[in-house]
Write a protein that binds this ligand. Structure first.
Ligand code: PEP
Ligand code: CO
Length: 452
């Protein structure tokens, strides 16, 4: 098959350069940029084409209701958090949430981390001013550093090589954990809640783990042999494909498949701010073979969405295109149904995920960016109901969470208040669910889905 059959006519890994590219840093030294990109394009990829195609197949099954997608992780990773404990806790919470979902929804779960490459952030302003001094905004560790000095804020192309290395280290550790049996249900130590023994959620979670382990034992007794494929968990990565020179350098051909693959991640998505139809990010994404996603905010009109489908999935390929709606609990009932109806009426094949975080961000009186657990839950609940009413299907969720005991979102079973935010607010960007809130949300998702 020629790559043109993917609908990528006139496309090349650098054809995005002919379009307006929003959110791009201005590198002060073009020669240093060229050198870094030349090196990056020689370095080995982070994922393989067969993993990418296997995810596409799983997302196609999710479109048909045969799987549920859990996509989650940090708003932004940073280099300093590339540590064994942080990575294993993040993997652990995602696996634990997926266990709750598998058990409650009776559906296999596709697990996708926002990790091993989630280093670039879109910003609402190009510069930040403090005490009369203006510096470039912090755009994520792949571009610059958060400290408020000119040296830190100057975009540095070497950081792209560092981001590749940190992604590779993260990926290496995740693969080793999973290969070593981290996700094996026969190893209770991997599933325990040592960190949350006092959690109001612990008893409910423990019952579910016990129930699952009991059914595995039962099946093993019936078949007289250990069930091997239960020991292995597929785990995929995703990040926002924002910094296009970086994405381009990791866009490769492979020996046994036609087309170009983005091999920096399995599942690149583009954010709400860079989803313009004639923009560089849409142009880049339309040509890669990967499954891809677009964030859809409350201002998107039905015809815009249909035109995005025309460009990004012209052949109606299963598993190819995901829309991640991120409306906000107060407006989803108003904004989502017309979009669902338009796509449905046109018979287009997309996977719908609900990002229940980004439409629910607010600032507290004491100056923190936060999100209320109840609003997050309310958005998920409405999303299930609205899809059911429109005859479409909510195929999964997209969440910002961490395996650490942070206090960034309010509410949840422990009823965190604005005053608790001071205790452990660590995010440099958006507020994340902590491990307890994340697990509680997984249980809430089951309740919301089963209510419809
Ligand atoms: C994000 O996912 O961190 C993000 C910036 O989202 P959005 O593009 O939906 O605002
Ligand atoms: Co975010």
């Amino acid at each position: 098959m020629s790559s043109d059959l993917y609908g990528a006519q006139g496309w090349a890994p650098d054809s995005w350069k002919q379009r307006p590219a929003l959110q791009m840093p201005q590198y002060p030294d073009p020669h240093a940029l060229e050198q870094a990109l030349a090196r990056l394009s020689q370095l080995p990829p982070l994922v393989t084409s067969w993993e990418v195609l296997s995810l596409k197949q799983q997302l196609a099954e999710a479109q048909e209701g045969k799987r549920f997608v859990l996509q989650g992780g940090d708003c932004a990773e940073n280099f300093a958090d590339c540590q064994s404990q942080v990575i294993s806790n993040r993997l652990k919470i995602l696996l634990q949430m997926s266990l709750v979902l598998v058990h409650g929804l009776r559906t296999p779960v596709v697990r996708i981390g926002r990790m091993a490459g989630q280093y670039a952030k879109p910003r609402s302003a190009d510069s930040e001013t403090r005490d009369g001094v203006s510096l470039p905004s912090y755009r994520g560790d792949v571009i610059n550093a958060p400290e408020f000095t000119l040296a830190a804020r100057q975009p540095d192309p070497q950081r792209m090589l560092d981001a590749h290395a940190h992604s590779a280290m993260t990926m290496n550790f995740v693969r080793a954990l999973i290969d070593g049996g981290f996700a094996d249900l026969n190893h209770p130590e991997y599933w325990d809640l040592a960190w949350a023994k006092k959690s109001p959620m612990a008893a409910r979670y423990q019952q579910q783990v016990d129930a699952i382990r009991e059914s595995i034992r039962f099946m093993q007794t019936l078949s007289g042999a250990p069930i091997h494929n239960l020991n292995r968990a597929d785990f995929f990565t995703s990040h926002e494909a924002l910094l296009l020179p970086y994405e381009q350098a990791l866009t490769r051909r492979v020996p046994r498949h036609d087309g170009w693959f983005n091999l920096s991640t399995h599942f690149p998505w583009i954010g709400m701010r860079t989803a313009a139809l004639d923009g560089a990010h849409v142009e880049y994404l339309r040509g890669v073979v990967n499954p891809i996603a677009v964030k859809v905010g409350p201002s998107v009109q039905p015809d815009q969405l249909l035109r995005l489908i025309d460009v990004l999935n012209p052949n109606d390929e299963p598993g190819r295109l995901t829309f991640i709606h991120r409306m906000g609990a107060d407006v989803i009932a108003d904004r989502l149904p017309p979009l669902l109806r338009a796509v449905q009426a046109d018979g287009r094949r997309v996977l719908w995920l609900c990002d229940a975080m980004h439409g629910n961000t607010e600032s507290t009186g004491n100056g923190y960016k936060t999100r209320r657990f109840d609003n997050i839950r309310r958005e998920v609940e409405q999303a299930f109901a609205l899809h059911a009413a429109a005859g479409t299907r909510l195929g999964g969720v997209h969440l910002e969470l961490t395996g650490e005991d942070v206090t960034e979102c309010t509410g949840g079973a422990r009823e965190l208040t604005e005053r608790d935010l001071e205790r452990a607010y660590r995010s440099t960007v958006d507020p994340r669910l902590n491990y307890e809130q994340a697990l509680e949300l997984a249980m809430a998702i089951v309740e919301c889905r089963n209510g419809h």
